[in-house]
Ligand binder design. Structure first.
Ligand code: GLA
Length: 388
């Protein structure tokens, strides 16, 4: 048994005085392109990572769901009868939210001991919360033998985050975590939830994920603010295009005709969404053809738009992405996820990868005064389930 696995199982026995019977993991994700468009009905292009949230579980014959975090060394005790009442706790809120939503769908809940070990760094923009939600949803269904579809659990996990945790996120993270496939990116239409797997083959290049390590601040309120802004922009555009049900349906040509109804920031926000949606289509076509240079150019354009029009980058993600782009062998880099910190992805010539990390790390440290982290990542299946 791999030493990590051994330690976690021993940890379970120490905390709960018994052996786990089930192990479920759900992945964090990257997103090639299509940022801040999922809640506008756009297409996104995420892929599941080897960084994940693993839950070890057993039913415990009580009326509580006990959730332990191995990094925090903290247990939250969730009373099933009061499962709606944990919205304000820090650790355990996501699990309570998922349990609450599942119960609302008629899924029976049983008392259980759950031990969480998460390798997705928190607040990194790699979706640690979605990984926790999806892993929890799968675990709770498995423990009661409730049949489930991963797609449906992704939607319920998003509902938990929206309604229980108060973050108005789109579907991308939970979907990627639940539905990811090894070495594939998912081209997902967030309006219809139709999707297609595209092999993530980058030829002479590799994908590097780096964290700008900015302390988490105000991401949720800024995120909800952007969402409100694009909804306001949509309302105004609908005066011209009443047939349109989401911003993703506004093409660049339609936008050029109608953008006069929008002013200032609202116009910038909507422009980001409209052109980002167009970039996703081009990026998917480029990846399918193996045209990595075009994909990378679109990735750069996405970052610039997120920085200048959508204003969700900030000093640190900009410093990291621009330092990356200046490096030899790097043909594209951009922030991923909600922004205001978190991670970037970079497309880098394989033979330049090591020098890239050293040089970008040094340039970033010089620019912001602290270090970035670089992760060894691969694209993996989103969910794995194993009876122990
Ligand atoms: C967060 C949200 C997603 C998505 C991204 C931005 O990760 O959870 O739904 O909106 O930000 O693309």
């Amino acid at each position: 048994m791999e030493s990590n696995e051994q330690q976690r199982r021993e940890g379970f026995a120490r905390v709960f005085g018994a052996q786990p019977q089930l192990r479920v993991s759900a992945a964090g994700r990257i997103n090639l392109i299509g940022e801040h468009v999922d809640y506008c009905g756009g297409k996104v292009f995420p892929a599941a990572l080897n960084l994940n949230c693993t839950v070890y579980a057993r039913p415990n014959g009580t009326n509580t769901i006990n959730v332990y975090a191995d990094d925090l060394r903290e247990t939250a005790v969730l009373d099933i009868a009061q499962i709606g009442a944990y919205r304000h706790i820090k650790w355990g809120k996501y699990q309570a939210g998922v349990a609450h939503v599942l119960r609302g769908q008629g899924v029976p809940l049983v008392g259980c001991d759950l031990y969480y070990s998460c390798t997705v760094p928190f607040g990194s923009g790699l979706s640690s919360s979605a990984a926790i939600e999806v892993a929890t949803a799968v675990t709770l269904c498995e423990l009661t033998g409730t049949p489930y579809s991963l797609k449906e659990l992704a939607v319920l996990s998003q509902k938990a985050e929206n309604e229980y945790c108060g973050v108005n996120c789109g579907i991308m993270d939970q979907f990627a975590s639940a539905m990811g496939k090894k070495e594939k990116a998912i081209l997902l239409d967030c309006k219809t939830l139709e999707y297609e797997y595209v092999p993530l083959e980058l030829g002479a290049y590799e994908l590097i994920v780096a964290n700008c390590n900015k302390p988490h601040a105000l991401v949720e309120s800024k995120y909800n603010e952007r969402r409100a802004e694009v909804e306001a922009a949509l309302e105004k555009l609908r005066v011209i295009y009443p047939q349109v049900s989401c911003l993703a349906e506004v093409t660049p040509a339609m936008f050029a005709e109608a953008k006069g109804v929008l002013s200032g920031k609202l116009c910038d926000r909507a422009a980001h969404v409209v052109y980002e949606c167009a970039r996703v289509q081009e990026a998917a076509a480029a990846l399918k053809k193996g045209d990595i240079e075009t994909l990378a150019a679109l990735i750069n354009a996405s970052h610039d738009s997120l920085s200048k029009l959508y204003e969700v980058t900030g000093r640190e993600p900009d410093a990291l992405a621009y330092a990356a782009r200046e490096q030899e062998g790097c043909i594209g880099a951009r922030m991923i996820g909600a922004g205001f910190g978190g991670c970037i992805i970079a497309i880098v010539k394989k033979e330049c990868a090591e020098t890239f990390k050293a040089e970008v790390g040094a340039a970033y440290q010089k620019a912001v005064g602290y270090a970035a982290s670089f992760y060894d990542t691969s694209i993996e299946d989103g969910v794995t389930v194993q009876k122990l």
